[in-house]
Design a protein around this ligand. Structure first.
Ligand code: SF4
Length: 608
């Protein structure tokens, strides 16, 4: 049935399945069927490491068959609706409506309408309360569960934190429940007892007259606070020995090994840097073994040493030593996705570039030292210029620099500082480059700051849409510099992201409204409809600025107050106060600032 439609859609390989490494099991041989859903297109989902790990983990359980499922692009959605083709698992093409569990990984706020669209295409009611015992259990995990409230009405249970261990516990529970033929509400009650599991239907939210949250109260035996799950023995955590190799081009198409979780730096805007704490590293020997096995089993020609700040990984030199000759013999390149200017090593880069040269990227984030101290970036202008000089002397003739605008306490002088820094990088090239003949390309990219839950800036107001746009045109006027390319993100997108990031359950109705009006793929420029969202918020009588552009009171109850992401509120507030005074805090390797995350290690120490 499906194959006759594939020639009529863009990139039909998105819907074919059958890729090398995909797992097919006999339906009769398993007790549970799981649809692992990524609420965006195939090329994005297939690049995501978390999905690769959990897909393989689920399928390592003999009684589980896990299949992949991605959001169909609008052309395919139209055909599916016209021809009553329900959303299907890529491996079997069976409707996921008939599965036991539909599991979403939620990586960013702008995919929320895609979740509803996938549920609806599967023939499932979008609201959790409208799904009866005949429906699969709908679960979700990923970074957006730091504040799951905007989508609480659509999901039966959330996994807060890291999924490797709790996913197995959930499967065991579901297997037992199926054998006992228990109801969904009983299954949810049992699941709510697991550490890191949040069942929103077991919590009641009350609001103050001004619209802020008054309380979030558990019913029955539900926990007052849901503490995120972490993997304490990170070096021995489950890791796949093979990946599904896509049969069409995807965004990140390579071997990935996760060298560490968490980050020692404590940049105050960074959600991942706080919510993935405590710091845990894998041993170089473990990583080298995993990388070689994956490269042999997939045929990939690139190995990416991934983490939030790989240049901070303590055994980086040992790991590269273990891999470099093995890779060189097989023409496999090694990539370091994240490098900091303050510990940039040209010696390391040159060793890695011997196989294949990749671009150079640094993220100073702010244009002046004052503002870099406010956000606790702990990088000086000299660090950046030194790193660029080293790179230019080594023959590099392009560098990307990432900044943010709209940061707390930011002034136009700070914005001007971005242009000044770009100019200084150009001078540095002129002074230090050995290959001037080819000219230099300096790319300045600016994102708009979005205050996120679980960070010291969770109290901050986001700049208004008008102010963000004013700052962008101000910067455009300052960025007329030879060899410098300047680009910035759509302020409307950042504004909506700001609303969803700190939203409450009232927003669920707005998300449903927007979806019913046809809103999908908000993360894609060609599909983003900001006017639709404004309409929907107006219809729901809710103010987007209340969520995005309002400074929170010190003691305000956050919509996610019942979710503990591992770093204490006291620590976050202390860091907020230090930011407002422009005081930096040491990184974890220099001094532990007692953020609370170490408690989750049950007496173990952070690998700072
Ligand atoms: S407990 Fe200390 S060392 Fe560990 S993540 Fe927190 S601040 Fe860093």
């Amino acid at each position: 049935m499906l194959s006759k439609f594939l020639p009529r859609v863009r990139k039909p390989a998105r819907y074919c399945g059958g890729e090398y490494g995909s797992v097919v099991k006999a339906r009769s041989s398993v007790e549970l069927r799981v649809a692992f859903c990524f609420p965006d297109v195939y090329e994005v989902g297939m690049s995501h490491l978390g999905m690769k790990i959990l897909y393989s983990l689920y399928n390592s359980l003999p009684y589980v068959w896990c299949e992949r499922c991605f959001a169909p692009w609008p052309d395919m959605e139209e055909l599916m609706r016209e021809n009553n083709i329900p959303l299907f698992g890529l491996e079997s093409r069976d409707s996921i409506r008939d599965f036991d569990c539909v599991a979403f990984t939620i990586q960013y706020e702008l995919c929320y309408t895609n979740i509803l669209n996938m549920l609806d295409l599967a023939g499932l009611p979008v609201k959790s309360k409208d799904r009866d015992n005949s429906c699969p259990l709908v679960i979700a995990g990923g970074p957006c569960t730091c504040n799951p409230e905007p989508i609480a009405d659509f999901i039966d249970l959330f996994v807060i934190g890291e999924g490797e261990e709790v996913s197995v516990e959930l499967m065991e529970l579901m297997k037992q429940g199926k054998q006992e033929d228990i109801t969904k509400s009983e299954l949810l009650r049992r699941a709510s007892e697991l550490e890191g599991v949040y069942v929103p239907s077991m919590y009641t939210v009350l609001y103050n007259d001004d619209g802020t949250v008054k309380s979030v109260t558990p019913s029955g035996d539900a926990k007052n606070i849901i503490t995120k799950r972490i993997i304490t023995d990170f070096d021995n955590v489950y890791y796949p020995d093979s990946f599904v190799v896509p049969s069409t081009e995807v965004i990140h198409d390579r071997v990935m090994v996760e060298v560490q979780r968490g980050c020692i730096r404590g940049c105050r805007f960074c959600q991942a840097g706080h919510t993935y704490r405590p710091i845990r590293e894998k041993k170089a020997a473990t990583l080298a073994r995993q990388a070689k096995t994956l490269a042999e089993n997939t045929g990939y020609e690139e190995i990416s040493l991934t983490s939030l700040s790989t240049s901070d990984y303590k055994q980086l030199k040992e790991l590269v030593d273990e891999l470099i000759d093995w890779c060189r013999e097989r023409h496999i390149s090694i990539a370091l996705p994240s490098q900091r200017a303050d510990n940039f090593s040209m010696e390391l880069m040159q060793r890695l570039q011997a196989v294949r040269r990749t671009g150079l990227t640094f993220a100073p984030e702010a244009g002046t030292q004052r503002l870099r101290d406010v956000i606790n970036k702990n990088i000086t202008e000299q660090d950046l210029l030194n790193a660029c000089a080293i790179a230019f002397r080594a023959g590099y003739n392009s560098v990307k620099l990432y900044f943010m605008i709209g940061l707390p306490t930011e002034t136009d002088e700070d914005l001007e500082g971005i242009a000044t820094l770009a100019q200084k990088v150009l001078y540095t090239w002129r002074e230090s480059s050995v290959k001037k003949t080819r000219g230099v390309t300096i790319t300045i990219g600016t994102a708009s700051f979005v205050p996120k839950p679980g960070t010291p800036f969770q109290w901050c107001a986001q700049d208004s849409l008008e102010e963000l746009k004013r700052k962008q045109s101000f910067l455009v006027s300052k960025m007329k510099i030879k060899n410098v390319t300047f680009n910035y993100h759509d302020a409307e997108v950042s504004h909506l992201e700001g609303v969803m990031a700190r939203g409450d359950r009232k927003i669920s109705d707005v998300i449903e409204l927007a979806w019913r009006k046809g809103v999908r793929f908000d993360a894609w420029d060609e599909h983003f409809r900001p006017s639709f969202w404004r309409e929907c918020f107006a219809e729901a009588n809710l103010d987007m600025n209340f969520y995005a552009c309002r400074e929170r009171e010190k003691d305000e109850v956050f919509p996610w107050e019942h979710i503990y992401n591992g770093v204490t509120r006291e620590h976050l507030r202390k860091e907020y106060d230090r930011a407002m005074e422009g005081i930096v805090s040491p990184d974890c390797r220099t001094e532990c600032s007692m953020c609370g995350a170490m408690e989750l290690l049950g007496g173990g120490m952070c690998d700072a």
